[in-house]
Design a protein around this ligand. Sequence first.
Ligand SMILES: Nc1ncnc2c1ncn2[C@@H]1O[C@H](COP(=O)(O)OP(=O)(O)OP(=O)(O)O)[C@@H](O)[C@H]1O
Ligand SMILES: [Mg+2]
Length: 406
Amino acid sequence: MDGQNMGHPVLHDKLKADADRLSEALHNMSKLFLAPKEEKSLRRFSTAEVAELLRVSDGYLRKAHFDGRIPDVEQGPGNKRSYSAEEILEIRRILSENAKDPHQFLPGRRPGDKLQIWSTVNFKGGSSKTTTTVTLGMRLALRGYRVCLVDADPQASLTTFFGYQPELDFKDGGTLYDAIRYNDGDQSRKPILDVLQKTYFPNLDLVPGGIMLSEFETETPTALSRGEQPVFFNRIRDSLRQVEDDYDIVLIDCPPQLGYLTMSAVCASTSLLMTIIPERVDLASASQFLTMASGILEVLHSNGGIGAYDNFAYLLTRFDTAISAQQDLSEWIRQLLGESVIGTPFVKSSAVSEAGLSQKTIFEVDLAGSKNRRTYDRALESVIGFSNDIEEMIQTAWERGGQDEA
Ligand SMILES: Nc1ncnc2c1ncn2[C@@H]1O[C@H](COP(=O)(O)OP(=O)(O)OP(=O)(O)O)[C@@H](O)[C@H]1O
Ligand SMILES: [Mg+2]
């Protein structure tokens, strides 16, 4: 700092210095506390969990092991089997080869089925968009679907669930931004495959987000005025085309605003999922969102930005069943919005928020010796419930009657 500013540093210098200090300190702290992404690993699953995931009985599974139809797995105390997610997938493949209906165990797309792209939206911050997206993504991956998660939020909280620190790991690129950015000098967008990351979770890939995405909001008006193609609402859709055949389902986590990123995600989607907390203020903002969205979608529709949606579904989130006002409001919402409201709500649970503190979903929490088993089970029941509801909507979009039966 020069002599003139010794006593009163200019603001931008001070902010820059503070930012650098913070960033370095965070980096050091994360090395101490956070498992780096290489170390993030998935727990094993019990026989009961695997039976539920495969939609067979425990006995069916035990017999398949006994008959040698599927490879055996690790056994712990009391000869209790435990399965890794990879082993569950392998068992799916083997069982599907010999099943009367091979899709019973691999319920994903068949020839002619279109890729399902769901965006999670609401401009109410904290309405559980990210938690819902990542939890649903993991559940669908465990159910045997090939899932790609796309983090379209500059806050990049979805990305942190996979052990990344976006501000450090993608400082020099590697996010969705690279795949949708506009031309600037010799820089232009890259194939989405360049930024797509495999994760420690089998069947689940990630297109990371990061603060760079906010550039998309500021650059879109100028790109529009110089007529750069494709226009903003086609850019996410265009980039996803390159991986069209690699997935059954893409889930896009949107920022809490109706900006260009959200609109681009909405236009890429085949279905929309709107999270709503059954509270009065949240309903007011949901109503504002819908009014704004309908105005914008009308314009986009007439410009060829969007076509028909398979579903516009509402999910009640952070639903506190102990609060009667929330019960009443949720009933009221169901009466108003009817079938669009997903049958099972995502209940509010400390099992979810506590797991979230260490960037985990409830599927990743280790339950060994847990005192909160009942709380956990209740949350899990809710997650499985709404995920199954959404899975059924996906199966319906593929014109299949109901879910696969065991
Ligand atoms: N079912 C739940 N039970 C308890 N806490 C929850 C639940 N779902 C989400 N939360 C907590 O609520 C907070 C906000 O959730 P989340 O980040 O998913 O919301 P969001 O809509 O993505 O927020 P933003 O608008 O900032 O993107 C987090 O601390 C999360 O752990
Ligand atoms: Mg979020």
